[in-house]
Design a protein around this ligand. Sequence first.
Ligand code: CTP
Length: 404
Amino acid sequence: MLQNRRILLIISGGIAGYKSLELIRRLRERGAAVRCIMTAAAKQFITPLSVASLSEDKVYDDLWSLTDESEMGHIRLSREADLVVVAPASADLIARMSAGLADDLATTALLASDKPVLVAPAMNVVMWAHPATQANLALLEKRGVRRIGPGCGELACGETGSGRMAEPLEIVAAIERVLSGDPRLSGRRALVTSGPTREPIDPVRYISNHSSGKQGHAIAAALAALGADTVLVSGPTQELAPAGVQLVPVETAAQMLAACEAAFPVDIAVMAAAVADWRVESAPGHKLKKNGTPPVLRLAENPDILSRIAQRGNDRPSLVVGFAAETEDVVGNARRKLRRKHCDWILANDVSPGSGTFGGDCNTIHLVDAKGVEDWPLMTKEAVAARLAERIAASLAPQPARHP
Ligand code: CTP
């Protein structure tokens, strides 16, 4: 399927550069033409000779090369490709891309490109988690740049966490998805909830929780990437709306339920929000003032949105997926939750302090359904989302779409 597809591979500086050599091989053996640009930093890690030999083409690295410009200007270099892949994408190159710089051949080709761009970030865990890197990537994603990885695990720098470049075959799969415009969920409508809810105590105070919305937003993005018409109902988060997803911002559980009901009919419902279980029964319309006696808050239980959706009549979605955030007996509690809430799948995860799940980048999932349990390895929330979307696509495939 990559036969005769033209990939412009931009290699920036990083120890993961050795995996780019493997990536070139995997792309070439699938019949793709690979033309490479190397940054100055990339040449500190792998040699242009290796890149040229594997790609069977010359390597472009100089914005000011008279010969290159007369034979193949930097504009043609990016325009003649079907897809631009940046692997590894270093923190520095990501920053320069997001700022729209054109200070070397790599950034100039990226700025001049009108083709889809896929980045495979690779960097140290602290550089990855830095707000500057996260903000830069969020901006790029908002502009439509696709991303694969990074994965979790041991990094070349000796530290452990997020930042490891996706494996070459994962990048090949992502390239195939971008180029084919993966249509497996097209014609399907998906509803995803994400983030926390905020339950007012008075006009200035509220009850809430630590949910970041990362997992729910990633699921909405993954479903949309497979072609689903996706509505994301989310409580307040720092996350940007994923490209191609309709975001409905809400605050309280009651608003979240109303927004979900308004999104019907849907084929797929994934309830990833950390809905506050209780609200203040009658929150005053004015700010509570200190008067020497602390107020007593009387709480009322919020509606269970997952249960309600899973027990709808004629228009129940074909697949209703819930999450179970547990701190003990993770799978046992998930099984009980599956039955109690009448959903089809529960993705159970351990959120005890120290697991790093709440607010973190990674998640360890146990998929529980009526037949049993499937244990997934530690994965980034993005990888969890991609795997879930694949599973959903596979489970819905035999049925005709209800909402073409
Ligand atoms: N959920 C929901 N509406 C609620 C509470 C939870 O839709 N009012 C959904 C969540 O989005 C999640 C699932 O139910 O998909 C389980 O949430 P969780 O907080 O783990 O369960 P609880 O219902 O709070 O159950 P427990 O108190 O037993 O943990």
